[in-house]
Design a protein around this ligand. Structure first.
Ligand SMILES: Nc1ncnc2c1ncn2[C@@H]1O[C@H](COP(=O)(O)OP(=O)(O)OP(=O)(O)O)[C@@H](O)[C@H]1O
Ligand SMILES: [Mg+2]
Length: 465
């Protein structure tokens, strides 16, 4: 059985062993009570036998045994016990009493059955002066066990009552102690539940014990983290909304302008601008979506075995027309497959963003080179261009969401490098910005190489496309 209440658990741990101890104790005290009652009864039997024996004397040359009433009355303890006796000579001649009464061993006592009663019996030898060969006489006294048993009961019951009281008091103290001890935990629960607590404030539990403190501290630290994350989310949403609002307002103006304008060429101009605006907006939405997908926990983690070289080749193929259009020499340097483990879609998205940046920010006539290599245990992807590069002091900031270098002529949302970093770090790698020979930017992405023939373990395989 599983006890889910801490209080019951502790109570069980204290009271059950205690009850076991008490059981053992009751058994021993019952044995003690029995031994005591035996001893007392035996003393009385011997005392009674001695009183009888001392009255036996020679009268007119014959042995005379008269039973003194006190010898019988001493057993009259109100338990209606019957007393049996026998006095006989050394050679077994009955002087008085019950001839068939069992005999106890010399200077000892026995329990025996007699006339449907259980008896306790004691036998005493006693020398009688002048009795000749009849001496010593033997006196046997037996008594039924009602008084004996009543004594056992009385002795034992008092021990029983004492110990019961002890367990009850111990249980009571355990309950009281638990109530006191658990009070801070209850207060913690109430503090967390309390409806008038403003959200995610640290909880305070005055008087909490040192065992509960770490729990409270951990809870507060956790809430602090959640609070920071929520604040970041809020900032992100506000930024995104802001980024969407500006182009939307612009497009709305362009649309009104196009509607009002009657000259066909002006109208077309406005519509072209409108189209360009909606294109940028679509790209912003695209980037936002990619970033949200790149965030850890936003979708099931995929661990595909991906050849970076192949992925880069695909990206370059799709970007070739753009390079031609901008008169940029887009090239790939590779020396065979570079296998890494990660989410294939996101890794391709990462390369897309790097190539897109290089093509966008490099002036016409420049060169963009994507290079792949396996160095030590890393797959290394470098994208170099002959553009303006990024000043050293801004190389950290450009990874922030929505951050764009002031005065950039090109359109953009400022999410590309944030996506790159998110994807690379999720795949266990790192990304660094540097200077290319000349003036351009050099982006280096390092990802742990997949072990040769490393079957992706626990992989969620994407369905064949
Ligand atoms: N290859 C590069 N050469 C020069 N500057 C760059 C290069 N790549 C990025 N930058 C600068 O870093 C900034 C951030 O780049 P990022 O890719 O994050 O955003 P973006 O390109 O402006 O927008 P997005 O990629 O989301 O459309 C850019 O605004 C640009 O100024
Ligand atoms: Mg970009």
């Amino acid at each position: 059985m599983k006890i889910s209440s801490l209080r019951l658990q502790l109570l069980a741990w204290v009271v059950l062993p205690l009850a076991a101890l008490v059981t053992v104790n009751l058994w021993t005290s019952q044995r003690n009570a029995l031994a005591t009652a035996d001893l007392v009864t035996d003393r009385m039997l011997v005392g009674s036998a001695r009183a009888i024996a001392e009255r036996v004397a020679m009268a007119d040359g014959v042995l005379d045994a008269t039973i003194p009433p006190a010898a019988i009355e001493m057993f009259d303890t109100g338990d209606r016990d019957s007393v049996y006796y026998r006095v006989e000579t050394a050679n077994g001649r009955l002087l008085t009493g019950y001839p068939d009464l069992p005999q106890a061993p010399q200077s000892g006592s026995i329990e025996a059955s007699y006339r449907d009663h259980r008896l306790r019996l004691a036998t005493l030898s006693h020398a009688v002066i002048g009795a000749g060969t009849d001496s010593p006489i033997r006196v046997t006294v037996g008594v039924t066990l009602a008084g004996h048993d009543a004594m056992v009961q009385r002795l034992w019951f008092s021990a029983f009552a004492q110990q019961l009281a002890l367990v009850a008091i111990a249980g009571l103290f355990v309950l009281l102690g638990l109530r006191r001890g658990l009070a801070p935990l209850m207060r913690l629960r109430d503090a967390v539940r309390s409806p008038d607590r403003s959200d995610l404030d640290p909880v305070e539990v005055p008087g909490a014990q040192s065992e509960i403190r770490p729990l409270i501290d951990a809870l507060n630290a956790y809430m602090e983290r959640v609070r920071a994350q929520m604040a970041a989310q809020r900032r992100f949403i506000a930024n995104a909304a802001h980024q969407l609002r500006t182009p939307l307002a612009l497009m709305s103006t362009q649309a009104s302008y196009a509607l009002r304008e009657s000259a066909a060429d002006r109208r077309e101009e406005a519509l072209v601008a409108l189209q360009a605006g909606s294109g940028r907006l679509a790209r912003l939405a695209e980037q936002l979506l990619t970033l949200s997908r790149a965030e850890p926990g936003s979708r099931r983690p995929r661990v595909d075995r991906i050849d970076l070289t192949e992925a880069a080749r695909q990206v370059l193929e799709t970007h070739a027309p753009k390079a031609v259009e901008r008169d940029i020499d887009l090239g790939l340097e590779e020396a065979g497959p570079v296998p890494v483990i990660g989410d294939g879609t996101m890794l391709r998205e990462m390369i897309v963003n790097l190539v897109d940046n290089a093509l966008r920010y490099t002036p016409a006539g420049g060169t963009v080179t994507v290079k792949l290599a396996a160095i030590d245990r890393d797959g290394v992807l470098t994208v170099t261009d002959t553009g303006p590069g990024i000043p050293a002091e801004e190389r950290e900031q450009v990874f922030e969401r929505f951050y764009r270098i002031a005065g950039a002529a090109e359109e953009g949302s400022g999410l590309g490098l944030a996506i790159v970093r998110e994807v690379v770090e999720n795949a266990g790698g790192s990304v660094a910005l540097g200077e290319a020979a000349g003036s351009g930017l050099r982006v280096e992405v390092r990802l742990p190489l997949a072990a040769p023939k490393d079957r992706p373990t626990g992989a969620v395989r994407s369905p064949a496309r």
